[in-house]
Design a protein around this ligand. Structure first.
Ligand code: ZN
Length: 480
């Protein structure tokens, strides 16, 4: 890496994505990138974490078509208004480019595909709740500059879509989604987050309420992570998703949807944990948790390689993802750099002297700390070191986000903070959309993220911008 992360974050990110072979931006459709094996192996692990959790909570997997007829798409008016500017349309097909009778949208999100079928499937109260999820891509014709994992015209996610007999159950689902997000994003990926209820003017198109997690990137701008939406009956009415309740009355279902974007989570992991040597991966999603590097001399070559293979087998049999890098064309020093760049959490070095002393050396990626370990203890010591790395990454990231969050009691302070180090800035706010727009324009991009879902903060009684009575405490920040 030729730049330091904190000196030029943008350039650091670009270099790291390329050098750690995460994505290749040279594919020849604008805004579309190729994700490479090292990244996809991590993304698969993230998918599995979410899918396991969703299935444990009663969701079932499904796969819906990528194409949505325009007639479905136009059924809910706010939804269509919000998404129309971002839709790619399929309008013709076949060798002679025959025009299709109806244009087909490449799904930008799947409500209008899935709910058409929900209307056929839901008949009585016995069919509820209906909780389905799918993994896949969506396509959005983004106007903003694209960057691998952060924003693209194609991205990978899971979307869960649920239907209930009552509003209470729908609200409970939204809370459950926030719990899943906290458990995986914070617990497994070590990414700190704050859940906001988005302001009225910034919710998902067609939703009653939007709850979205935000994290803070190292340059002081926020990145939106998974969001969950209370849809109420906004879709069930136009789509005709109705059921007969236990008394025989027909009622419309209450709905929610949840969308953890895996590409975005990759961006957060790369940016928040990475350092000037490259990626630093949380053990829970590292494709390789331990890389074993033999230090070879001619005399001891065979013994060292045998010891490496033995260590690998011991680690593997205790469920640790370990590999030996026994390539002869590279020096140990080259390999150290390579695996540091790729973020492997732990390195095990085995040399002739270690053999004589019946030990190996553990080297932590997050701290660089080296520890000699008895060969007999290698599995337990490795497991312990991986747990410590996992915890340390989360603690470091939590502290950085705490440092990046502050309160502004007047407008000058807000402007100065946003244009300086950035971060989350708490303010008292009036709740008016025109006031939010002025703040955004005058601070070159400070966006109201919403009110914190947990906790009732009160940092003032008048809006820091317009001086009207404040109705809420909100967080403002510049965003990706
Ligand atoms: Zn105001």
């Amino acid at each position: 890496m030729s730049v330091a992360k904190l000196e030029d974050f943008g350039e650091w990110y670009t270099q790291l994505v390329q050098r750690a072979e995460l994505a290749d931006i040279r594919y020849n459709v604008k805004g579309f990138v190729v994700f490479r094996p090292w990244a996809v192996r991590m993304m698969n692990k993230m998918f599995q974490l979410f899918e396991k959790e969703l299935e444990e909570k009663g969701h079932q997997p499904t796969l819906f078509p990528a194409l949505i007829p325009e007639s479905n798409f136009r059924l809910e008016s706010e939804h269509v208004e919000g998404f129309l500017p971002e839709v790619f349309w399929v309008t013709e097909a076949g060798g002679s480019s025959e025009k299709l009778e109806e244009r087909l949208a490449l799904r930008p999100t799947s409500e209008t595909a899935m709910y058409r079928m929900y209307a056929l499937w839901v008949r009585s109260w016995r069919d509820l709740p209906l909780k389905l999820y799918q993994r896949g891509q969506v396509w959005r014709y983004e106007g903003k500059a694209t960057r691998p994992f952060i924003r693209g015209r194609e991205f990978y996610w899971i979307e869960a879509h649920n239907a209930f007999g009552t509003e209470e159950e729908a609200l409970a689902q939204v809370k459950e989604d926030m719990g899943i997000t906290e458990k995986i994003v914070h617990g497994d990926l070590g990414i700190p987050l704050l859940f906001f209820q988005r302001p009225e003017h910034d919710k998902f198109a067609g939703a009653v309420h939007t709850y979205a997690a935000d994290t803070l990137m190292p340059d002081g701008r926020v990145l939106q992570l998974p969001s969950t939406h209370l849809l109420g009956q906004n879709f069930s009415k136009p789509f005709g998703i109705a059921f007969l309740d236990q008394r025989g009355d027909e009622r419309h279902v209450w709905q929610t949807c949840y969308g953890p974007a895996i590409s975005r989570l990759m961006a957060a992991v790369i940016s928040i944990h990475g350092d000037d040597k490259g990626l630093v991966l949380p053990p829970k999603i590292a494709p390789v948790q331990v890389i074993i590097v033999p230090i070879l001399t001619q005399k001891a070559e065979k013994d060292v390689l045998e010891a490496c293979a033995q260590v690998k087998n011991v680690l593997k049999s205790s469920g640790i993802l370990a590999e030996v890098d026994d390539r002869r064309e590279y020096t140990p020093g080259w390999k150290f750099n390579e695996w540091e760049l790729r973020g492997v959490p732990l390195r095990v070095e085995v040399g002739p002297r270690d053999l004589r002393e019946n030990r190996v050396i553990l080297v932590r990626r997050d701290t660089g700390e080296k520890t000699p370990v008895e060969r007999a203890d290698v599995a337990s010591q490795t497991r312990e070191a991986l747990d410590r790395i996992q915890a340390n990454l989360a603690t470091r990231a939590d502290e950085a986000m705490r440092r990046g969050t502050r309160t502004a009691t007047d407008y000058a302070d807000l402007k100065e903070t946003l244009n300086g180090n950035g971060g989350f800035v708490r303010i008292a706010w009036c709740g008016r959309e025109d006031c939010a727009k002025e703040i955004q324009e005058e601070t070159s991009g400070g966006v109201i993220r919403g009110t914190l879902v947990e906790g009732d903060e009160n940092v003032g009684s008048t809006c820091v911008h317009c001086g009207r009575k404040a109705s809420q405490t909100v967080y403002v920040s510049k965003q990706y």
